[in-house]
Design a protein around this ligand. Structure first.
Ligand code: HEM
Length: 387
């Protein structure tokens, strides 16, 4: 175990709102051991920005980890050449060019269809009515599993996320995760003959095309589903909520003086959908006065880094006018989000402009429920508009 100072947390309060404790950590002990999490946390931006690139120390290879056990050995749990080979294989499906020339039009069609169905109504839970189905429909396109229902995409993504965080070993959570991975395997089996006859630019299509071993194909599809559903969903609902509660800033977007991309990036900094990513210490290491032992678990706290006072003034405030270039909402190393370009197109090029253009005088009905620290987002967002 590391020699980092120990500070206890109240897990329930930390789930409700992690930011006060994260600010205290950055001030008192930016590298801190938290007994309730059984891990040493890196909380300031510069330590994470440097350490995430030192893969010989901060390793993603976690053979005993729940992700490998439940979802198979995917690229996010590999280091070095093994990792880069799989990143290279999926690039044709998620490259900026493919997102621009191939996926954005499909994302737009999903948004238009879902908003068409909304227009007959005048008030909904925005998470359930738009953010969730839109994120899932886009992910069905990107993964190539167009044979799935959007409800399954969302439920199976959540089932896996709960499964890989199931440190207490709850059998019901594990069973739900196993049901999710079996459902995805069946959907993949169903699509194999279709894609072998007519390969496409989806993740499944390009991985099959390059001859990747099937167990890696399955593991990487499950990774994309576990990491590609909640995050855009939470970023869309969160940014809409942030703008509806900051009408002066919404006005600057609607008059075009600030871009929707800037609004999305600022939200992802302010409330990072992925607040933490784990690493395994691969060799004895030292950062300033803290010594790390091999095999211990370290959490890279992206959510804290993005509120680091050293890089962001009034970091606790949502401000679309600020410089967000130092944000590490998509990571800061070789595992930088493979879906970053697709997400930017989904949220800033398609969802936000469409929602605010078509739902006139959109406004909140009551405050949303919000929660989480490893993954953080709105659980609901009651809204209404002038139908
Ligand atoms: C707002 C949306 C999103 C956010 C904030 C986000 C954030 C992240 C972060 C922080 C990481 C890096 C984790 C690390 O360094 O350990 C990551 C990795 C990853 N993300 Fe995303 N993500 C988003 C959307 C997506 C989408 C839509 C997809 C799927 C198409 C996706 C697929 C992946 C994959 C495959 C990795 C692993 C990359 C690797 O290991 O090389 N993400 N994401």
């Amino acid at each position: 175990m590391s020699t980092a100072p120990r500070i206890d947390i109240d897990p329930a309060a930390f789930w409700q709102d992690p930011y006060p404790m994260l600010a205290r950590f950055r001030k008192e002990a930016p590298i801190v051991f938290v007994p309730q999490l059984g891990s040493t946390l890196l909380c300031n931006r510069d330590d994470i920005f440097v350490s995430e690139k030192q893969i010989d120390v901060f390793s993603s290879h976690q053979p005993q980890g729940l992700m490998n056990k439940l979802m198979g050995h995917n690229m996010m749990r590999k280091d070095g050449d093994a990792h880069l080979a799989e990143r290279k294989a999926i690039f044709p499906a998620i490259s900026p060019k493919t997102v621009k020339t191939h996926w954005t039009a499909q994302f737009q069609a999903h948004a238009d269809r879902i908003i068409d169905a909304l227009e007959a109504k005048s008030s909904v839970d925005f998470v359930q009515a738009f953010a969730l189905p839109f994120s899932a429909e886009c992910l069905k396109s990107i993964t190539g599993l167009t044979n799935m229902r959007f409800e399954d995409m969302n439920a199976w993504s959540q089932g896996m996320i709960d499964g890989i965080a199931n440190y207490t070993g709850d059998p019901a959570i594990e069973a739900r995760c196993n049901a999710a991975t079996s459902g995805i395997d069946a959907a993949i089996d169903d699509m194999l003959p279709v894609l072998s006859k007519k390969p496409d630019l989806s993740l499944l299509g390009v991985m099959l095309e390059c001859g990747m071993p099937m167990e890696s194909v399955r593991a990487n599809i499950k990774l994309a589903i576990s990491g590609g559903q909640n995050e855009p969903r939470d970023a869309i609902a969160g940014t809409v909520w942030a703008l509806l509660t900051h009408p002066d800033q919404l006005a600057r977007l609607q008059d075009g003086s600030v871009s929707w991309m800037q609004a999305f990036e600022e939200y992802a900094r302010w409330i990072s959908p992925i607040g933490m990513s784990p690493r395994r210490i691969a060799k004895p290491w030292r950062i300033r006065e803290v010594e790390f032992e091999p095999e211990e678990r370290v959490f890279l706290m992206f959510g804290s880094a993005n509120r680091d006072e050293k890089h962001f003034d009034h970091a606790e405030a949502f401000d679309i006018g600020r410089d967000v270039s130092k944000s590490i909402a998509f990571g800061a190393g070789p595992h930088f989000c493979a879906g970053a370009w697709a997400s930017r197109a989904m949220v800033a090029d398609v969802a936000l402009p469409a929602i605010f253009a078509r739902l006139k005088n959109l406004r909140t009905v009551s405050p949303p429920r919000i929660g989480g620290w490893a993954f953080r987002g709105l659980l609901d967002l009651p809204v209404t508009w002038d139908a």
